[in-house]
Ligand binder design. Structure first.
Ligand code: SF4
Length: 294
């Protein structure tokens, strides 16, 4: 097995290979095109684990390399840049860093989930449907919103805990409402609004920040052809004091379970119906007994 980092640029790709013993065995530049990839695969063989940065074209590069038998992980370029020594920021340094991340199995720290896991849907159709849905939102609901913040970060801390829960609020409105925009094939149902953890954690955050919780509203937008019903709906998600207490207990219980797993090293497999337990979402899918049997 070789571990390879690829820094893909407009005309050239800089690559670096590390052996199983962690020694740098080869590095060079190859044309950033199909021919260059083929030459790289021919030179290094099929037993390669590689890390490339997310950039335009990363998906097709990944697909081509995977077809050649390589294991490919895509890293978030911004996070990789935060790790690189800024004084010596070159393609060569980037390629070495990416190879080191693959060798040390650290890509998870800078990993991005699959961009192409669209299931049965056609990506072009989805894109057009989403554009149409957004146009509907901009006409129907957005004009009534008077934002005072967008993507505001909040942090929930608990006495004695070394960890915290971090969230981002889509929109805070002048009226005191918090708006969370959802686009989907179906509207957010009342049942989902009642049990969704997002508004409950928001309620806890307001309490932590010592301010009254305004209304939490889902702005629900349906994509696709609308044969009946509305394109856009406002679905309120009120929370009672008892629900906030129950959420605190749930968080504490989950934290205790995680602590036990850390102590014993015995981690349970995810429930198979979780959206995260899927090839495009979990980077351990190939190696995990719950994943695909490669
Ligand atoms: S594939 Fe394995 S590691 Fe990944 S979410 Fe499923 S159970 Fe967890």
């Amino acid at each position: 097995m070789q571990y390879v980092g690829i820094d893909w640029a407009y005309r050239h790709a800089r690559w670096c290979a590390i052996s199983e013993q962690g020694e740098l065995t080869a590095e060079a530049t190859t044309p950033a095109d199909e021919d260059g990839l083929l030459r790289l695969v021919a030179r290094l063989g099929p037993d390669v684990r590689t890390c490339i940065e997310l950039m335009s074209g990363a998906v097709s590069v990944r697909d081509r390399l995977e077809r050649a038998g390589w294991r490919v992980e895509v890293a978030d370029a911004r996070r990789v840049k935060a790790l690189a020594p800024l004084a010596a920021k070159t393609d060569k340094v980037d390629a070495r860093l990416l190879a080191t991340l693959a060798f040390r199995d650290l890509v998870s720290a800078v990993w991005v989930q699959s961009l192409t896991d669209f299931g049965q849907d056609d990506p072009d159709d989805l894109r057009e449907q989403s554009r149409e849905a957004l146009r509907g939102y901009l006409e129907q609901l957005a004009p009534s919103v008077r934002p005072v913040s967008a993507e505001r970060r909040f942090e929930l801390r608990f006495d004695g805990a070394e960890w915290s829960i971090v969230g981002y609020l889509d929109i805070e409105d002048q009226s005191g409402d918090t708006v969370d925009v959802k686009i989907g094939a179906k509207h957010v149902s009342e049942a989902r609004a009642e049990r969704d953890p997002q508004p409950t954690v928001y309620g806890l955050a307001c309490r932590t920040e010592g301010r009254p919780a305004g209304r939490f509203l889902f702005h629900s937008i349906r994509r696709g052809p609308i044969r009946s019903g509305e394109r856009c709906l406002v679905v309120p998600a009120p929370r009672s004091a008892a629900q906030l207490v129950a959420m605190e207990s749930r968080i504490a219980q989950t934290a205790r379970q995680i602590a036990r797993c850390v102590e014993t090293g015995d981690w349970p497999l995810s429930s198979p119906d979780g959206w995260w337990c899927a090839p495009g979402q979990c980077r351990h899918w190939r190696d995990c007994p719950a994943g695909s049997p490669f």
